[in-house]
Design a protein around this ligand. Structure first.
Ligand code: ATP
Ligand code: MG
Length: 332
């Protein structure tokens, strides 16, 4: 079976709607068509400062959210990145395959480091896309389901895989990004020019899946739209309204065209009210499922331990082959 791999950072108390619609939701059906590897990327999380106790908690919450979103540990390999040491080990080799200038061109690094200033920006943040290269190549992934903001990192992975293969002989599968256009970039509710983001959004701009549904409904009702009145999908002229239509359509399964028809001659207020309803209908049972998983942390940890064993079986093979290809003397 072809392979998929993706990951998500445990850098907040909850995933947001962009994470869910842009990435996690696409992960679910791959469990039936692909050999699927999904992980909570705690190594990536420490590229910015983290409180240790909070990081541990958020790692468990993240796993619980992934299960609640429809991942099934019997049909996929669900694990925590730091449980599989091969990620850090392969990352070193990949660091030595990556040009400094090439890494410096990564737009996420430029954005995040510009916000922090050079003295507070870590070398880890700089090489984080290269760790991602290692994450993907370790599993010989054919496809990487992500949001639009990760496209550049998957392109980097392709370049480095090809470079390694042509230098040392066929070793890695060259992966393709899998990006669902409609939901690839859910924008911030207060600033539709930026993506909804754990690190960059203000509290009013982000819909967290684990927030009180009433709070989320209120945020949707106060989302920025525009001075017009027509409910129409137009990402250039009406980014705020288009975002709400995208969210409604993705959660309710109603096409955008059908929604435009339904809201013809009605105002933004009606649209927002209905988006809020659709959202509450989704998050309420989702939150219940998350609480169920968190009620039994020992079972959750056991699920993650089994996932790490399955992941290591694959990762250790790729790492051994890579070490051999680059010429490391095997230990006897
Ligand atoms: P951070 O701001 O700390 O980078 P994040 O919100 O971008 O956090 P990540 O854990 O980096 O979350 O990303 C997890 C997945 O969610 C990735 O596949 C990413 O492309 C996707 N994603 C993140 N934000 C959005 C968004 N606004 N719309 C669609 N997909 C998104
Ligand atoms: Mg991100």
């Amino acid at each position: 079976r072809p392979r998929v791999l993706s990951g998500i950072q445990p850098t907040a108390d909850s995933f947001h709607l962009g994470n869910y619609l842009g990435a996690i939701r696409q992960w679910v059906p791959f469990q039936d068509s692909h050999d699927a590897f999904y992980m909570v990327v705690d190594l990536h999380a420490i590229t910015v400062p983290q409180d240790p106790k909070q990081l541990r908690e958020r790692t468990r919450i993240s796993a619980a959210e992934l299960l609640a979103a429809g991942l099934d540990a019997d049909r996929c390999t669900l694990f925590v990145q730091s449980h599989v040491p091969e990620h850090a080990q392969l990352a070193w080799v990949m660091n030595c395959m990556t040009g400094f200038g090439e890494a410096a061109r990564m737009t996420q690094f430029k954005d995040k480091s510009a916000k922090q200033g050079t003295d507070r920006t870590t070398v880890g943040l700089f090489t984080y896309p290269v760790l991602q290269v290692a994450d993907i190549l370790l599993y010989q992934a054919d496809a990487v389901p992500v949001g639009e903001d990760q496209r550049q990192h998957v392109e980097l992975t392709r370049d480095i895989a090809q470079r390694f293969n042509s230098t040392f002989g066929e070793t890695f599968t060259v992966p393709k990004p899998f990006i669902v256009k409609e939901t690839a970039k859910i924008v911030d509710l207060q600033d539709p020019t930026i993506k909804m983001s754990k690190s960059a959004s203000t509290p009013k701009g982000i819909v967290n899946l684990l927030d009180d549904p009433k709070t989320s409904a209120k945020k949707i009702r106060s989302a920025v739209t525009d001075t017009g009145t027509e409910v129409r999908f137009d990402e250039v002229e009406k980014p705020g309204v288009s975002n709400l239509l995208t969210i409604h359509s993705a959660l309710s399964g109603t096409s955008i065209a059908a929604l435009e028809e339904r809201f013809a001659g009605r105002g933004y207020g009606d649209l927002k009210k209905e988006v809020a309803e659709v959202l509450v209908e989704f998050v309420t049972p989702f939150q219940q499922r998350v609480r169920g998983y968190l009620d039994d942390p020992a079972e959750l940890d056991a699920v993650l331990a089994r996932g790490a064993d399955k992941a290591r079986a694959v990762a250790s093979r790729t790492l051994a082959e890579t070490y051999d290809r680059v010429g490391f003397l095997p230990p006897v």
